[in-house]
Design a protein around this ligand. Structure first.
Ligand SMILES: Cc1ncc(COP(=O)(O)OP(=O)(O)O)c(N)n1
Ligand code: 3NM
Ligand code: MG
Length: 316
């Protein structure tokens, strides 16, 4: 079965957003635009109808090599041979879904606080939803968790997380800057007259944020970045470094704004979170080089590092 690690743009069905257009046509357009994981979510359909939709989406997603997740119903996920199930905090427990679906299918869960995110990771979830980042008509009445939860998840959670809730091309950059590497959307995609175009916009923002993340860190203050091969080599090195630091949490001594302290933070974002800066308008310097906020999640910390944080207040 598939894994979600490689997935960046998660699109969930929402038929009320596209009256007069077929489910399969809308989702095929989303996939063509770059949706790389799809969820069947239908809160109103009777079970038999839900199973039919799941089977139809299974055929479509299989044709395109995209994982299919079924919302709420592990048994329908199994019957339709979907790749996995998405659970909410009030749905079946992760362990029960895992028992039914086995070790290879995907079990994801919604989280609305860092405590729930930690619990999901401990319980063996394959991924979590982090949201709703913004208020959304798709989930009325649920309070927004804001980008501060995104930043906290980026600093701490090691399984993949998808930021969800009110995300659209106009605010996705803010969510990505807070540390999200994966986005999830319903209305912005399936409610768009051109779901493929909406996905292309979201994907291009994700890819731009990834590029910014891997480019920025090596640039000394005021100096440009060399394009081409050097960049690719550096990207690979950065990813390897972050993987290594994420595997082993080490106590290290660093100097922050001139003051020595010990920390277990593995990345600049984790260190920023210790100072309450993860969701603030701030910039950092690491060993004399500017590290823009977009790259904090992938900037490793090493013992002896000298970090300067500058927080901007009142727009200045
Ligand atoms: C990827 C993803 N994240 C969150 C949700 C919401 O799940 P839940 O809280 O169970 O609410 P419903 O979708 O069931 O109304 C999701 N479906 N997918
Ligand atoms: C179904 C759902 N779950 C959420 C959560 O935070 O758990 S937010 C959400 C709705 C997402 O839809 P849209 O992209 O239209 O805002
Ligand atoms: Mg649910």
């Amino acid at each position: 079965m598939s894994n979600v690690n490689r997935c960046k743009l998660y699109v969930i069905t929402g038929e009320t957003y596209h009256p007069g257009r077929e489910l399969l046509e809308v989702m095929e357009s989303a996939i063509a635009g770059g949706a790389d994981v799809v969820q069947l979510r239908d809160k109103d359909a009777p079970v038999r109808e839900l199973l039919e939709k799941a089977r139809a989406l299974r055929e479509l997603t299989r044709k395109h090599g995209v994982p299919l997740i079924v919302n709420d119903h592990p048994e329908i996920a199994l019957a339709a041979d979907a790749d996995g199930v998405h659970l909410g905090q009030e749905d079946a427990p992760i362990a029960a879904a895992r028992e039914l679906l086995g070790p290879d299918r995907i079990v994801g869960i919604s989280t609305h606080s860092i405590a729930q995110a930690r619990a999901a990771e401990r319980a063996g979830a394959d991924y979590i939803g982090v949201g709703p980042v913004y208020p959304t008509a798709t989930k009325p009445g649920r309070a927004a968790v804001t980008t501060s939860f995104v930043a906290a998840a980026a600093a701490e959670i090691r399984i993949p997380f998808f930021a969800i809730g009110g995300i659209h091309p106009g605010n996705a950059a803010e969510v990505l800057a807070a540390g999200a590497r994966r986005l999830c959307a319903v209305s912005a995609v399936v409610g768009s007259p051109d779901p493929g175009a909406a996905c292309r916009e979201l994907r291009s923002l994700i890819e731009r944020s990834e590029r910014a993340a891997s480019l920025g860190e090596a640039a000394p203050l005021g100096e440009g970045v060399n394009p081409g091969q050097a960049r690719e080599v550096k990207e690979v090195k950065e990813v390897k470094k972050v993987k290594q630091v994420n595997e082993v949490k080490q106590v290290k001594e660093v100097t922050v704004n001139g003051v020595r302290r010990t920390t277990e933070a593995a990345t600049l974002l984790e260190l920023a979170a210790e100072f309450g800066l993860a969701d603030k308008n701030a910039v950092a310097e690491r060993n004399g080089r500017v590290a823009r906020k977009a790259i904090w999640p992938i900037t490793p910390l090493a013992g002896g590092d000298r970090i300067e944080f500058v927080q901007f207040v009142g727009g200045g």
